[in-house]
Design a protein around this ligand. Structure first.
Ligand code: TYD
Ligand code: MG
Length: 482
């Protein structure tokens, strides 16, 4: 019996089925299955006749070439890639439309071209005139970048095979590329996958580094095929709040470098400007002395980053209070709220809670717990926190404050930016060295912090006096009423 060919492919995740169905079992999306010709796969009868070519087997020892890198000249970009583009590697850059992907890559190719490398920019979305217009705006028209507006992968590969091997090729974007080897329309999973495969093969064969630009869907995934993410060596996402000028480049996957580093840029009228000291940027628009804001001394990769957390706690008009959070993990917020309620005598069940990380940064560290708790309590008690204090520490379910890594680096950064004191876990004091003369205020439990902030609030007219018990004490010392 002939083997059936799988010919219905989910356009969201790439799962293949041999008959049509309404819902994709793999990703749960509806109406995403489309019939696709299974051309591109060689028929079984032919495949089995092909005689295998022999190849050389290698030993584990032996001389391995260290991945030679090509720094782009943009420090923030190189930080995220792990020191530059690796020869023969393929990097996928995803991001919302209009976030600045084309701008970033035009700048990167221009810098390389100016440094004397062969750099190629292929735009499948914009006409040559549009790309030139952008370059003019960026003041990069003089850079010897090789430019084309093309979408056929075969044409691109044969054109680039001539002459010196390009050091960097930008394909903007992979969704616009198509290849003759499959019959589906451009933009379908099959086309994107086949085009990416052809380009990856070209990169591996020649040693050119390729950057693929990928569109992002509403829910933040690189549109269509997650399969492309698995095929490439590195995946980067370019993020930012539409209304703000900050842009953050983050590595999601990196075979040749770290994945916890971020690159920070600012979108200006003259293109992307690198921000080498993000703390200054994130703290530049601080509301000094208003309740509900706390500065968190965080670490992004190897770099300390100070950022402001803003909280608003307000009486709710709804049966179920709202909890909204931007830039932080919502389940972490729920946990901090629960600990405040259970161990610190802070009543929040009748309040809406909003928490925002300023500047569009997304924090992943648990070390932000203490700063978040401080901002929340400060808003509830209407008690501004000291403007010269930074906060960091992890809150445990018992209400204890646990130490976090890299205390010294956090304190140094705070001292550098003119902060005078740090509120930190008690047990972290041991590994403090060279704190730059910061006044250290260590707390062992969250209830101590809450009592401190409540005491500051009681010196001012109170908005919510009844919500923090006087001399807030851990729950176990409190009378349980109902
Ligand atoms: P672009 O790089 O085209 O975004 P993407 O390729 O990710 O879709 O950038 C588009 C936005 O950037 C657009 O809204 C205009 C803005 N921009 C600037 O603010 N300054 C500049 O110098 C450039 C080139 C673009
Ligand atoms: Mg673009």
């Amino acid at each position: 019996m002939a083997k059936s060919t799988l010919s219905f492919v989910c356009q969201n995740c790439g799962a293949a089925y041999n008959r049509w169905q309404g819902k994709c079992d793999a990703c749960g999306e509806w109406n995403t299955l489309a019939e696709e010709d299974a051309t591109g796969t060689v028929p079984v009868s032919i495949r089995s006749k092909r005689k295998g070519r022999t190849f050389q087997l290698e030993s584990l020892s032996g001389k391995s070439h260290d991945a030679p890198r090509l720094p782009s000249g943009m420090t923030e970009l190189d930080r995220v890639t792990g020191g530059g583009f690796v020869r023969g590697s393929v990097l996928l850059v995803g991001g919302d439309p209009g976030i600045g992907k084309s701008t970033l890559l035009t700048q990167a190719t221009s810098l390389l071209a100016r440094a004397g490398h062969r750099a190629v920019y292929i735009s499948g979305e914009e006409a040559i005139a549009q790309v030139r217009l952008r370059a003019e705006r960026l003041g990069l028209s003089d850079a010897p970048v090789q430019l084309a507006s093309e979408t056929s992968v075969e044409d691109i590969v044969s054109t680039l095979s001539e002459g010196a091997v390009p050091r960097l090729i930008v394909i903007d974007s992979i969704q616009t590329m198509w290849t003759d080897t499959v019959e589906s329309a451009p933009g379908t999973v099959t086309q994107v996958r086949a085009s990416a495969q052809a380009l990856i093969r070209f990169a591996k064969k020649t040693g050119a580094a390729i950057i693929l630009v990928g569109h992002v869907t509403k829910d933040g995934q690189i549109a269509g095929p997650r399969v492309v993410e698995h095929m490439v060596d590195a995946v980067m996402s370019f993020e930012g709040e539409g209304s703000q000028q900050f842009r953050i480049l983050r590595a999601v996957k990196n075979r040749f470098g770290p994945t916890d580093e971020i690159g920070v840029f600012e979108m200006t009228g003259l293109g992307l400007r690198e921000v080498s000291n993000p703390s200054e940027l994130f703290l530049s628009e601080r509301d000094l002395g208003s309740p509900g804001t706390a500065v968190f001394a965080g670490i992004e990769g190897t770099r300390p980053v100070l950022v402001e957390l803003q909280a608003l706690v307000a009486p709710t008009a709804l049966g179920t209070p709202r909890r909204a959070v931007v830039g932080w993990d919502p389940s972490r917020l729920s946990m901090v709220l629960a600990v405040l309620e259970a161990h610190c005598g802070v009543k929040l069940s009748g309040h809406d809670v909003y928490l925002n990380v300023a500047g569009g940064l997304r924090i992943q560290e648990p070390a932000a717990d203490l700063a978040a708790a401080a901002a929340l309590v400060s808003s509830l008690a209407n008690a501004p926190l000291p403007t010269d204090a930074v906060y960091f520490g992890e809150v445990s379910l018992s209400g204890a404050i646990r130490p976090v890594a890299q205390t010294t680096a956090r304190l140094k950064e705070a001292a550098k930016l003119g902060f005078g004191r740090a509120v930190l876990p008690e047990s972290a004091r041991g590994d403090v060295g060279g704190d730059g003369g910061l006044n250290l205020n260590s707390v062992g439990g969250l209830s101590t912090l809450v009592a401190d902030i409540a005491a500051r609030g009681s010196r001012k007219p109170q908005r919510e006096a009844g919500n923090i018990e006087k001399n807030a004490t851990p729950a176990r010392f409190r009378r349980q009423d109902g």
